[in-house]
Design a protein around this ligand. Structure first.
Ligand SMILES: [Zn+2]
Length: 237
């Protein structure tokens, strides 16, 4: 391998490290996990709201049940008066019968309200159950994602260390002068080392003069006349 090969390899590994570091930042930031955590918080608050709603409705139901027994008691009392054999006044009798009728209507109204409330309670209970299950499933997904993220981060960090070690090894093979040329180009352009396709520079896509191509076959470091990048002709070719 000549200097050109080492510079090419150095660039490749540098790019690979950059890519891994970018990936590491992305994974660490964990946009998707944050989204899921936000969703989970939303579900939790929805769950609390529904539970509050359920409690309120259960209170209403209890109140209705209480009212029901109160009215039932009142009706019993009217019946006692009606059939107790103590009334002989027709007007009083009519008035009591009217009162009984009225109380029965009230009771019907309360019973239908009770039924409605029981149905509403069942519906809210279902909602609470549904949200609870969804929340639990999401919680376990988040847990898995966090675990997976931890493993991924560890793997990327290990890869980066390995690649950096390899990069240092390659760097040792490159002369000080050549790495200076490389760094100088890198400070101005991306990909300081570019390959040739035929006689075209892949950095700027311009044809290279015959003289440059001849020089390239003889020398290690030749730069493109147009873009100034180091031209790479694999020594295997
Ligand atoms: Zn060029």
């Amino acid at each position: 391998m000549n200097q050109n090969d080492y510079l090419w390899k150095f660039q490749e590994i540098e790019k690979s490290v950059d890519k891994e570091e970018k990936m590491l930042r992305k994974v660490t930031k964990g946009k998707e996990i944050s989204q899921k955590i936000g969703e989970h918080k939303g579900l939790k608050s929805e769950f609390e709201t529904k539970k509050g709603e359920l409690k309120e409705k259960e209170n209403v139901l209890r109140k209705l049940e209480h009212e029901h027994s109160e009215i039932e008691y009142e009706i019993e009392k009217i019946k006692d008066q009606l059939y107790g054999g103590k009334i002989n006044d027709l007007k009083q009798l009519e008035s009591l019968m009217k009162k009984e009728e009225h109380k029965k209507e009230e009771l019907n109204e309360i019973d239908s309200k009770t039924l409605e409330m029981m149905e509403e309670i069942d519906a809210v209970k279902e909602e609470v159950k549904r949200i609870g299950l969804k929340g639990r499933a999401l919680g376990s997904t988040i847990k898995d994602m966090l675990e997976e993220r931890k493993i991924t981060i560890e793997k990327i960090e290990k890869d980066i260390i390995e690649k950096k070690t390899k990069k240092e090894e390659i760097l040792k093979k490159i002369t000080k002068k050549n790495i200076e040329i490389y760094m100088d180009i890198k400070s101005r352009k991306n990909n300081p080392v570019v390959v040739l396709k035929g006689d075209v520079c892949m950095g700027c896509h311009m044809d290279l003069p015959v003289m440059t191509l001849t020089k390239l076959k003889k020398q290690d470091i030749v730069v493109c006349n147009n873009c100034g990048r180091i031209l790479y002709l694999s020594s295997d070719e």
